[in-house]
Design a protein around this ligand. Structure first.
Ligand code: DP6
Length: 359
């Protein structure tokens, strides 16, 4: 599929006003997306677990307007207007206008809320942009009822990607691949797809406990970080490594090799941060407590042989990943040893989920 196929034919219906509500989850990458080129195309394929409880609920209200020359949008977070969010939405609308020709026909009101606190340091762009993309697709479906379920999902992911790359992995669950990879049939740089191969029981119901080490605003945004991969001395090797990791994960998912999974996922997390530390300019997003948690996980794993590992986003928070079978033991370990490293003792218990829902 090329992006031209996401440009719709003439709509068959008229619509004066209405509202749609979607809830869409966050996701955690196992193989990381870090490095992109215009327009929001990934330099390497990535794969993520879709989360269940960390999500954004968005209601999009729309009302036909008379003049069709400009975008008209207001954004509300938890009931209060947030003019600061508007520029990002307008950039998003500009990027997707060619694929949704109705965008200038309506006044839009976006009402959004997250299940996780806005100031938790958890990025809301993946859940937020995917929820908005799905609301927009619901409008398109109302204008063009013949659109297939398959195209609806693909185009929602395609649009979400243009808002925030990782958002395209939040439409479905429980494992999603984004980015062209020869060994993954149907994979594309344009949108995420459900991981299409066998996954061992060991990886069902995987848990992700997010330890909130630092709830402050990130010093370097993901977008800036991605751009620092242009001309990065290790870029080519890094992009190749991510591809190799996806090939390796295929075998790991099939066989249920938890030790292989742990090694690969931790290597990905540390490579992501190694790229940041070796960019020009360089930066560090981990905090002292991030390292303390990593060391505590390693010591606990060594001592108990429990299959617990960590991954990191572009920030200081730590995602603790573990299988359902080990949930009790790891839960105790987190409470007894790791919570002390969290800001105000805050953490979020989540697990693998199955994607967005129309409410
Ligand atoms: C480290 O999707 O937030 O979480 O496309 O610029 O919005 P933009 O970036 P974003 O980058 C996410 C980076 C990451 C890794 C990942 O989720 O794959």
């Amino acid at each position: 599929m090329t992006d031209a196929q996401f440009i719709p034919e003439n709509y068959s219906k008229n619509l004066d006003s209405g509202a749609f509500t979607w809830s869409s989850p966050s996701n955690i990458a196992l193989v990381k997306y870090w490095g992109k080129r215009d327009p929001q195309m990934p330099e390497n394929p990535s794969i993520s677990f879709t989360l269940n409880d960390c999500k954004t609920t968005t209601t999009l209200r729309f009302l036909k307007k008379i003049e069709e020359d400009e975008f008209s949008v207001r954004v509300f977070l938890d009931g209060s207007e947030v003019p600061d969010f508007k520029p990002k939405i307008l950039t998003f609308f500009k990027r997707i206008e060619a694929y949704l020709p109705f965008l200038k026909d309506y006044h839009f009101r976006i009402e959004t809320s997250n299940t996780f606190p806005h100031s938790s340091g958890i990025a809301s762009s993946a859940s937020g942009m995917s929820a908005l993309a799905l609301c927009l697709m619901s409008i398109e479906k109302a204008l063009s009822p013949n659109i297939s379920e398959e195209l609806f999902i693909k185009k929602a992911s395609f649009l979400a990607r243009l808002g925030s790359g990782s958002a395209c992995r939040s439409i479905e669950g429980d494992l999603v691949v984004w980015g062209k990879h020869e060994a993954i049939q149907g994979s594309s740089d344009l949108y995420g797809i459900k991981y299409p191969y066998e996954v061992h029981e060991n990886f069902k119901n995987y848990h992700d406990t997010i330890l909130l080490v630092d709830k402050g605003e990130k010093q370097v945004s993901s977008t800036v970080g991605h751009n620092l991969m242009h001309g990065h001395p290790f870029a080519a090797q890094r992009f190749q490594q991510a591809k190799d990791h996806i090939s390796r994960l295929k075998g790991i998912f099939k066989s249920g090799d938890l030790n292989g999974f742990i090694t690969l996922v931790e290597q990905e997390a540390l490579t992501l941060h190694a790229m940041m530390m070796t960019s020009s300019p360089y930066f560090i997003l981990m905090k002292p407590n991030t390292l303390k948690i990593i060391n505590a996980i390693w010591a606990f794993r060594e001592k108990t042989k429990v299959h617990v590992c960590f991954t990191l986003d572009a920030g200081a928070n730590v995602h603790v990943l573990y299988p359902e079978n080990d949930a009790e033991q790891v839960g105790e370990f987190i409470k007894n040893e790791l919570v002390a490293y969290c800001q105000n003792g805050h953490y979020i218990s989540d697990k693998i989920g199955f994607g967005a829902k129309l409410l």
